[in-house]
Design a protein around this ligand. Structure first.
Ligand code: NAP
Length: 400
């Protein structure tokens, strides 16, 4: 991803005219006069809205809680004409790429990663409300490295690290599924700062060590990759600048009845380590099941292979899938899912099931096809179920 950023994006607050019942609570709640109305629509003035979110909770319908990532905000006059909200425009059209993103665009990029499979991402109904954008490039949090451990086998080709960062006295409230930005202290050959790198938190909200105000990241060393080399070489005691937290929809459901189906490749397992640890700490006897399909080239290359062996099956049902084990046929997560169709179909039919997909962009299509096939085998119309699950905050994708 080397495309140059050609536009500055912003998150625009909008009201859904189809759902709004015109009760006026948003206008009455807004302290900056951003909400107004005519006899057709209630609208938000992008010049005035400060995204304080005061208006969100009082709205009885949820019509107020709508957002679009835009290069040019929709004007009030335009919004007053709407019969329905416009669809989210494709960000590619704005020329934005992850590696070149400035911190102002990170939220948009996270949303784009979460839009995989189409449609608008919605947080699980029982997820805790996240804090986002507390720290930016201009006022980063300073974290101290507490640990940096290799979590692929010494014989593995890839060096994946488990990096523990302490925030000391600084507040850094983060939920499982959210990401942070890491600001490299190096400049490119032209003297410009390198763009931040995004990593999902791999630890639970109360810390890698409980109540220690620290987090863990899963970082793969990319040979020749300046930033990943720098991160993977950090010594205990090093101090680094961090932004975030980012992400407001790819979040762990707090409801212990929720079944959580997690499908990942490689370092895409990071958020699922966080989800698992959260459930182990908050609801170890939960009735909801946690099932993971996790793909890597070999057991040696699979991040956290050793620690995963110690996670009890009653907490986490594991399907570790390998694509390059000598003498064995190549297997991807979607192949193993198909092989477990009989077990997965009832889960898809269960209204408490949440699906999370994280990892390589390329896996998305294959996993979707497998889910469609599994559903169809059980007489379920996946084309109808997927958007319903997404709308209910039960279908989540984070792929890069
Ligand atoms: P990887 O080692 O390159 O691949 C892991 C496994 O996925 C391999 O077995 C690979 O098989 C297989 N695979 C390749 N194409 C596939 C496909 N189309 N469908 C299913 N499986 C496929 O993975 P990685 O380098 O760790 O990459 C993980 C991804 O997760 C990255 O894109 C990263 O940006 C993303 N991610 C990372 C984080 C984080 O916090 N670090 C968070 C979220 C997402 P073969 O190689 O044998 O084909």
């Amino acid at each position: 991803m080397t495309q140059t950023t050609t536009a500055t994006l912003q998150k625009q607050h909008l009201i859904d005219p189809e759902i709004c019942i015109r009760c006026g609570t948003c206008e009455a709640t807004c302290t900056v006069g951003a909400v107004s109305h005519d006899d057709r629509n209630y609208v938000v003035d992008p010049e005035k809205c400060n995204a304080c979110l005061d208006c969100i909770a009082p709205c009885p319908t949820g019509s107020i809680d709508n957002w679009r990532i835009v290069a040019t905000p929709y004007a009030v006059a335009e919004q007053l004409e709407w019969m329905e909200l416009p669809a989210q425009q494709a960000l590619g059209a704005a020329g934005i790429s992850l590696s070149e993103a400035s911190e102002g665009e990170v939220g948009a990029l996270i949303e784009a990663a979460h839009a995989g499979g189409g449609g608008r991402a919605v947080a699980p109904a029982s997820a805790t409300r996240p804090v986002v954008n507390l720290y930016a490039r201009s006022n980063p949090a300073i974290a101290t490295v507490q640990g940096n451990f290799r979590i692929t086998a010494p014989t593995a080709e890839s060096d994946v690290r488990h990096i523990v960062l302490s925030f000391g006295e600084a507040a850094f409230p983060i939920l499982e599924g959210q990401s942070i930005g890491v600001l490299p202290p190096v400049t490119d050959p032209d003297g410009r700062p390198y763009p931040l790198r995004l990593y999902s938190v791999a630890s639970a909200r109360d810390g890698e060590k409980r109540n220690a105000n620290n987090i863990a990241l899963t970082v793969k060393r990319v040979p020749g990759g300046l930033v990943s080399e720098w991160l993977c070489n950090l010594k205990v005691g090093a101090r680094i600048a961090v932004t975030g937290p980012f992400g407001s929809t790819f979040l762990a459901p707090d409801d212990p009845r929720a079944n959580i189906l997690m499908i990942c490749t490689g370092t895409g397992s990071a958020p699922f380590r966080a989800f698992t640890e959260r459930r182990r700490r908050s609801a170890p006897a939960a009735v909801g099941r946690m099932i993971m399909f996790f793909g890597a080239r070999t057991p040696e290359e699979l991040p956290y292979f050793g620690p995963l062996q110690k996670v009890p099956a009653r907490l986490l049902e594991q399907h570790l899938v390998f694509s390059r084990v000598e003498g064995q046929p190549k297997e991807y997560v979607q192949d193993r899912m198909r092989a477990n169709a009989l077990g997965l179909a009832p889960l898809l039919a269960d209204a408490t099931t949440h699906v999370f997909i994280c990892g390589l962009k390329g896996m998305e299509e294959g996993v979707d096809a497998a889910l469609a096939e599994i559903a169809s085998g059980a007489g379920i119309d996946w084309a109808a179920l997927k958007p319903r699950m997404r709308g209910e905050g039960r279908y989540h994708v984070e792929t890069y």
